[in-house]
Design a protein around this ligand. Structure first.
Ligand code: ATP
Ligand code: MG
Length: 556
């Protein structure tokens, strides 16, 4: 994480500053507690930079705790990916990694304490009956017929649950709170349920697993967390968080504070739905460059810095919002504009023959790697009689505004000569196969002699000394601004979210390293794809275009 001073404060930082100033806490201790049931996404990054950022800025600590109470949905691959992503984001957790499952014995003891106090009971209603008894926002709930069992009976039945003597869904442990509470979460919430499932950390030791609400507050208290930060959907659960800590014998009482989730336009953020994209093979995997996951963004070519910068800009509030994708793209563009060396690539090639040059002519042209940063050095780029330009940079006839190559007119080849198009050759379908041109030999990196103005500049690569490359052009995965609210998110998929083109890049780029970014002049920022790129078959991901062209495109 950047060591720079935070530029933006927020209501949570205000609370922390107040607590430190008043002596309520001597130091601050936060935690990031993902459930290992999927890969981290950009929404998690908001929570990560908030929690780790606070620990860093107030000389406190931030734990990493895997919230692993649902073995059916969790696995080691997710745990490993989360650790990898956190390290890549530059966030170092304090001490050892924690797991909620580390506390299964302790949690069981606390459940017994609640039973002993007459505050928890074993219910044998079916899940459907429990739901019916719960009532609604306008109708109070009803007590379960099992609610008034004796302490001793509850102890015996809970032990039986633990020993595997009940089938799944035939018994659960519930807190005895208030079936008429205006807070639905307080209507005798389930604390433990039966799952005959192998757990990635505890194996087959347990067949009862504690619920999130019971586990989270106790884990926070056991770890000495001072401020437990979560998203707004847990606002009501705060009642239960406090109730549990108030009714068991435990030191410390962390405070829960809620902030709004990050939602990104044209993206989904729910791990369940992201998982469906993977299992239905709509994308290549969790690290598909179109996914809003940290692994996907990394493979796409986003830097940790740009994600940090984005999270700084969006801030932390209680206001629900849908952030424009353009805001994220602006961050990576600004980062790469400074750092990415320039190079030339032709994505949709058409051949040019410069007939005024002798057959077989080749020459090396010295180019700067970054116009504004001489420290990035220079390179020699091969120029030749046959070159490729992009098909969209030529028109047989065009209006005055068209600043590229037109029959009978001149254009400058970037860092090279001024050429004039004289005639074209077409195939039987009428597609142009070759454009024949003449060059002005006196224009290599200087203006034409007779003061004539040549406004257009286009990029090119040598046809004889460039190398073949595949370009993967990514667009939004969804066509709906807010796909999550659609009844069938998969009907909102963008058929053009991945477009593959085959063209040419300057020689030398076959030795690019995975993830290494370049600005391909006039095309955008690209990087070598970590999965498919090989020197023999270079594959480049388009990270982002040079400017935000999306609006212009959808209006077309
Ligand atoms: P999902 O709905 O994607 O499954 P989750 O909240 O269940 O997300 P967790 O693994 O429990 O995922 O999340 C770990 C932490 O990250 C939690 O504190 C959660 O509030 C936070 N978080 C998850 N999604 C977002 C988001 N979109 N914006 C901000 N914080 C988020
Ligand atoms: Mg969750």
């Amino acid at each position: 994480m950047s060591k720079a001073e935070p530029r933006s404060t927020n209501f949570i930082r205000h609370i922390i500053e107040k607590d430190l100033a008043s002596g309520k806490h001597r130091s601050v201790h936060t935690r990031f507690s993902p459930e290992p049931n999927g890969y981290l996404h950009i929404g998690h990054a908001k929570s990560i930079f908030l929690n780790f950022g606070i620990a860093q800025d107030y000389q406190g600590q931030c734990n990493l705790r895997f919230d692993d109470t649902n073995p059916v949905k969790e696995n080691i691959e997710y745990i490993e990916s989360i650790k990898r992503d956190l390290q890549w984001l530059g966030c170092n957790w304090s001490g050892d990694i924690h797991y909620s499952s580390d506390y299964f014995d302790t949690l069981y003891e606390y459940a017994l304490e609640l039973i002993g106090k007459g505050l928890a009971y074993v219910d044998q209603l079916s899940p459907d009956e429990i739901r019916e008894h719960r009532g609604t926002l306008t109708r109070p709930g009803q007590n379960s017929p099992y609610r008034d069992r004796s302490v001793e009976e509850n102890r015996v039945l809970f032990a039986k649950m633990r020993n595997g003597e009940f089938a799944e869904s035939c018994a659960c442990l519930r807190a005895k709170i208030d079936m008429t509470s205006p807070f639905m979460v307080m209507r005798d919430p389930v604390l433990y349920r039966i799952r005959f499932a192998y757990h990635h950390q505890t194996g087959d030791t347990w067949c009862i697993y504690p619920m999130y609400d019971f586990t989270h507050c106790i884990s926070d208290a056991l770890e000495g967390i001072t401020h437990s930060l979560c998203t707004l959907e847990f606002q009501e659960n705060r009642q239960l968080y406090n109730w549990i800590l108030d009714h068991i014998t435990i030191d410390g009482h962390p405070q829960q504070y809620e902030f709004s989730r990050l939602n990104l336009e044209y993206a989904i953020m729910s791990k369940r739905k992201l998982n469906l994209l993977v299992t239905e093979k709509i994308v290549e995997g969790w690290d598909d460059p179109r996914m809003p996951t940290i692994a996907g963004l990394r493979r796409r070519g986003y830097t940790a810095n740009s994600i940090y910068e984005f999270c700084q800009r969006i801030g932390v509030t209680k206001q629900d919002s849908n952030v424009e994708m353009a805001a994220l793209e602006a961050c990576i563009r600004e980062d790469l504009n400074e750092r990415a060396p320039r190079a030339m690539a032709v994505i949709d090639p058409v051949r040019i023959v410069i007939e005024s040059l002798p057959a077989g002519h080749e020459q090396d042209i010295l180019m700067r790697n970054h116009i504004k940063n001489p420290d990035m050095g220079t390179r020699l780029v091969a120029f030749s009689r046959d070159i490729f330009i992009d098909r969209s940079d030529f028109c047989e006839e065009a209006k005055e505004q068209y600043k590229r190559l037109v029959l009978g007119k001149e254009v400058r080849l970037r860092n090279s000569y001024v050429i004039k198009a004289e005639r074209v050759r077409k195939d039987t379908h009428g597609t142009i196969t070759t454009i024949f041109c003449r060059h002005d030999p006196d224009t290599l990196n200087k203006d034409p002699s007779n003061k004539r103005k040549v406004k257009g500049v286009i990029h090119w690569v040598s046809a004889t000394r460039s190398i073949f490359a595949e370009f993967r052009l990514y667009n939004r995965l969804f066509i709906a601004v807010n796909p999550s609210i659609e009844s069938n998110v998969f009907s909102m998929l963008n058929p053009d979210s991945l477009i593959i083109r085959r063209g040419f890049v300057e020689a030398g780029l076959e030795s690019a390293k995975a993830g290494e970014p370049f600005q391909f002049e006039r095309e955008g920022y690209f990087c070598a794809d970590s999965r498919y790129f090989t020197p023999a078959y270079p594959v480049f991901n388009r990270i982002v275009g040079l400017r935000d062209t999306f609006l212009a495109k959808v209006r077309m």
